[in-house]
Design a protein around this ligand. Sequence first.
Ligand code: GDP
Ligand code: MG
Length: 176
Amino acid sequence: MSQREYHIVVLGSGGVGKSCLTAQFVQNVWIESYDPTIEDSYRKTIEVEGRQVVLEILDTAGTEQFTAMRELYMKTGQGFLLVFSITSMTSLHELAELRDQIIRIKDDMKVPIVLVGNKSDLEEDRAVSRARAFAVSQSWGSCPYYETSARRRANVDEVFKDLCRQMIKRDQALRD
Ligand code: GDP
Ligand code: MG
């Protein structure tokens, strides 16, 4: 079966755990402290539905000086992980604007997106209920919602696999 390559963009407020999630997925390591200004891309090959898929993952840092740069990676991206921290309601609210921007730039209501509530190990500091986040995901055209812990490597692979399956489907729908 043919090998496919997909571009994933990891977006969300500073400090929600984008870099830690990416590092856990790509390298299986927990990095306690990651330079918040580093924006880099990583490659990883995974198997989804019996097919080899090469993922090019851009871990954004929100440091882009021109919105044109953000527009460019939103154009290139085929799947988006919108990450907030379950310990911060603001970090969830800030995703709405990013989602609007993605849909506008891609000009596609059905662009593959997964909503990710990270830091699920910090249950005692939870500020966003599961129900609240789920309601947001439902209002986004039934986008999947996962809670992850980059620290414990909980649900990390699941999030990327779900996005992958969505990208494969969308790709096929657009080819037909
Ligand atoms: P980014 O700015 O979104 O890339 O956030 P980072 O990945 O750099 O993480 C920001 C801070 O949150 C760091 O101090 C991490 O150690 C911490 N962090 C990230 N993910 C988790 C997690 O799942 N659980 C806990 N407890 N802390 C996390
Ligand atoms: Mg980072």
